[in-house]
Design a protein. Structure first.
Length: 363
């Protein structure tokens, strides 16, 4: 069977694409990918051996653009559609799976025009613009939140987040994660808390993003540490009592840092949220205030009492320490186990195979 996966732009979409591709490849399917020259698609998949062939087409988002910029984006999407039609035909694609993001536009519309079954995954709790357009044409639609008309499955999370999961019992290490782009508000809040955390004998792991790395590095340096060590992904600061700050801009192996942490402060894109749930890491979520339709807030709200949500304009040091001082870390960690199961990708691919077999039998 020949499956084409499309979509990306940011780490959340690309993580789903990778996890679904692995599930397909494990079944012996030929897996292909169409993404964009923009965003992080190339960074993730240009030299990836999961896919037989990867294409990166020139495209950009259309939503929130006006005038000439919007016309240019529509033109690029149209070009991507025609290029995708040729690719689908060349490899005799049996089904297209869209994981969302502007990268998915060309191949998704090409599948509809070519009458190839289209399956879509909505990663967030609020339906994205592209998926809203594609929804009436999809053979099946998947989501891990309760969206009307969508098949509810566990979120397709990399199995390592389950493999290295553990119940947290004591707060020894806290991790700050701003997503694949970094987050200035989270970075600044980490600096606000740093001295107090170290005084409490709590180590810090900080993923700050590439754009903010130099500023954050200088700020930590000014705190005053006895030792500063470089390592392959970043810098380690060690104080006189042996407690440390591990600082890095980005890591493809974020799980190794999450595994060490006992509490997390993070944005709440769907990928990050479900990965933290899979690893059973209690978290304070700070929604990105400019996310489309405020979907990050609604993502975190779905977890109810299993997490803490604070808007970035209301971050307060005293409120934070009051929260963690009264948090039952073990119960919070243990209760996250029931939110997600480790077979989300397989659930989706099983359903796709069933739908395709059903179609073949009708023919």
């Amino acid at each position: 069977m020949n499956i084409l996966i499309t979509g990306g732009g940011t780490g959340g979409h690309l993580s789903i694409a990778k996890t679904l591709a692995i599930s397909c490849k494990n079944r012996g399917f030929n897996v292909y990918y169409i993404g964009s020259t923009s965003g992080q698609d190339r960074l993730w998949f240009e030299n990836c051996d999961i896919f037989k062939v990867c294409y990166f087409l020139e495209s950009s988002g259309v939503v929130n653009k006006r005038g000439f910029a919007k016309i240019k984006s529509l033109y690029l999407q149209l070009k991507a559609i025609f290029s995708s039609i040729k690719i689908l035909k060349k490899y005799k694609i049996d089904a297209v799976i869209s994981v969302g993001g502007f990268s998915a536009g060309g191949a998704s519309f090409a599948s509809i025009i070519s009458r190839i079954p289209l399956f879509i995954h909505e990663q967030n709790s609020v339906l994205g613009t592209l998926n809203k357009i594609l929804s009436p044409f999809a053979k099946a639609k998947f989501c891990s939140f309760n969206l009307n008309g969508f098949i509810n499955t566990s979120y397709p999370v990399n199995e390592d987040f389950f493999k290295f999961a553990r119940d947290r019992e004591k707060l020894n290490t806290i991790i700050f994660i701003g997503g694949s782009q970094g987050a200035s508000a989270i970075n600044s809040f980490a600096l606000t808390l740093a001295n107090d955390l170290l005084d409490r004998k709590i180590n810090i792991i900080h993923q700050c993003g590439k754009l903010d790395f130099e500023r954050i590095f200088d700020e930590y340096k000014n705190i005053g540490f006895d030792e500063i060590k470089n390592f392959d992904e970043g810098v380690k600061f060690v104080n006189k009592n042996g407690f440390e700050v591990v600082l890095f801009s980005f890591s493809k192996k974020l799980i190794k840092y999450i595994q060490k942490a006992d509490f997390c402060i993070s944005r709440c894109g769907a990928g990050s949220l479900w990965e933290l749930c899979a690893n059973r890491l209690p978290s304070l979520f700070i929604p990105y205030p400019y996310a489309a339709k405020n979907h990050q807030y609604f993502n975190a709200l779905f977890l109810g009492d299993l997490c803490k949500i604070t808007s970035q304009d209301k971050l307060n040091k005293d409120d934070f320490f009051d929260y963690i001082d009264n948090l039952d870390l073990y119960e919070s960690s243990k209760n996250l186990k029931s939110t997600i199961s480790p077979n989300g990708a397989d659930e989706i691919i099983d359903t796709i195979i069933f739908k395709l077999d059903k179609k073949s039998n009708k023919i």
